[in-house]
Design a protein around this ligand. Structure first.
Ligand code: HEC
Length: 416
């Protein structure tokens, strides 16, 4: 894909290292609030932040699990939550209706702000929800319950201390004797400090090991889903499932983000089966942009892609595939009767945190519905996420969006 992305991650890491110095706490600040860390604040952090900001998680360098850890970051927390950068949720409210809204509620923002502006008091030690935090940090439970099948690579992957992000693929045989329907796939990183992203694919049937000489990544076929830190676990609605052929092999693709220490990882993939009478087959359709060259310094470059639904279908989820220079994406459904429904407007998103947006209720898309994706890219120096110091011409030929459709035929549009 984009070579510039790699450069960006080193740049961002350096920048993060420079920025990640806690603000010095002022002493003798008068306490003017009743909001206490051990009572209200830690519970908000537990629900919204500790999936990333805790030991063993992706932002272990800024842990927020205790008063001692969080206090030096109080001012920064206020900034992040008021600017709505944390927690990172990109969907603009009022467009589309999703099962999970990852944004902080207004009430939680007010409580956090009041705590910080009121001198950030600790509160009573006995109010600290020790068990809740321990459970969160252990992270061993599967939110969807005991998996029907648990898959794991044979051995640990050894990841070097430094360097660019690295993608590794693992082939996981299911050993299933018959075709099954999947109602959910869930994932747990073995080493949450370095696992930045995971994606699951059916291995292409025609190149099944042990005969292959191809790398595990090269046999990744149809998409089965994705995971990012903090993403909620979801099941498909009743009647919906992803079809898993007998003897299927799953390719698990993990993106590792190096953090200065050599590390090992052995992640786990959990499979949940749907009943045999499942009838709505879900597949991911990648909606791809035509190949374009984006000029250097283009501030508002408009990219468009569309996909026409070949037979009546239902959309269950949508995942924007956004990049550091993209700043806005809108997905809408244009139905044959002339009606238009906005499915998602994403903005201020982070390219390294791209969860799937699961619709509250599957969206019905009659045959001939056109899904339109419009994205605006900022390839100018105004874009703080620009991968390079200097804006350069950019060749772009990638999916803008993945749509999980029930009863979608496998077409040429389906790509990784
Ligand atoms: C999905 C993972 C994730 C979640 C959830 C998350 N953060 Fe972060 N946070 C990050 C990452 C990654 C960074 C590093 C900076 C960046 O890349 O923007 C960060 C940086 C920060 C910083 C440092 C900003 C600075 O000044 O350098 C603060 C403070 C922060 N987060 C607070 C929070 C709070 C409060 C919450 C919950 C409301 C939260 N975060 C939820 C991933 C997350």
């Amino acid at each position: 894909m984009l070579r510039r992305l790699r450069v960006s991650l080193i740049g961002l890491t350096l920048l993060a290292a420079l920025v990640a110095l806690p603000r010095v706490a002022r002493t003798h600040e008068p306490i003017t609030t009743k909001v206490m860390f051990n009572k209200e604040v830690i519970r908000i952090l537990e629900r919204n932040c500790l999936a990333c900001h805790a030991p063993g998680k992706i932002k272990a360098d800024i842990p927020l699990t205790t008063y001692e850890e969080a206090r030096p970051w109080a001012k920064a927390i206020k900034e992040e939550v008021l600017e709505k950068r944390m927690m990172p949720f990109q969907a603009v409210k009022g467009y589309g209706s999703f099962q999970h809204d990852y944004s902080l509620s207004q009430r939680d923002i007010e409580l956090l702000t009041s705590w910080i502006e009121g001198g950030a008091p600790r509160g009573d030690a006995k109010d600290y929800p020790k068990e809740l935090i321990e459970q969160r940090l252990a992270g061993k439970t599967w939110p969807l319950g005991q998996p029907d099948l648990l898959l794991q690579p044979d051995s640990e992957a050894q990841i070097a201390a430094d360097g660019d992000d690295e993608e590794r693929c693992f082939v996981l045989p299911t050993g299933l004797k018959q075709t099954r329907w999947l109602s959910a796939l869930d994932f747990q990183p073995g080493n949450g400090n370095i696992v930045y992203h995971a994606a699951f694919f059916l291995a292409k049937e025609d190149v099944v090991p042990p005969n292959v000489r191809l790398s595990a990544c090269a046999i990744a076929g149809e998409s089965l889903g994705n995971w990012v830190p903090g993403q909620a676990s979801t099941r498909l609605p009743a009647g919906f499932g992803r079809s898993l052929p007998a003897d299927a092999q799953i390719v698990l693709k993990i993106r590792y983000h190096k953090n200065g220490e050599a590390a090992a990882d052995r992640s786990r993939l959990a499979l949940y089966f749907a009943p045999a009478n499942t009838s709505k087959a879900v597949r991911d359709v990648a909606i791809k942009s035509p190949a374009v060259t984006i000029p250097a310094n283009a501030e508002n470059y408009r990219l468009q892609a569309s996909y026409t639904v070949p037979q009546t279908a239902q959309a269950v989820a949508l995942r924007p595939r956004l990049f550091p220079f993209a700043k806005f994406l809108e997905a809408s459904a244009h139905r044959p009767d002339g009606s238009v429904e906005v499915l998602l407007i994403a903005r201020e998103y982070r390219y390294d945190w791209q969860p799937a947006y699961v619709f509250k209720k599957p969206v019905s898309l009659p045959k001939g519905t056109r899904i339109e994706i419009v994205a605006y890219l900022d390839n100018s120096e105004n874009n703080p996420r620009l991968p390079n110091d200097v804006s350069q011409e950019l060749k772009f030929d990638d999916p803008l969006c993945e749509l999980s459709l029930a009863n979608a035929p496998l077409t040429k549009q389906v790509r990784r």
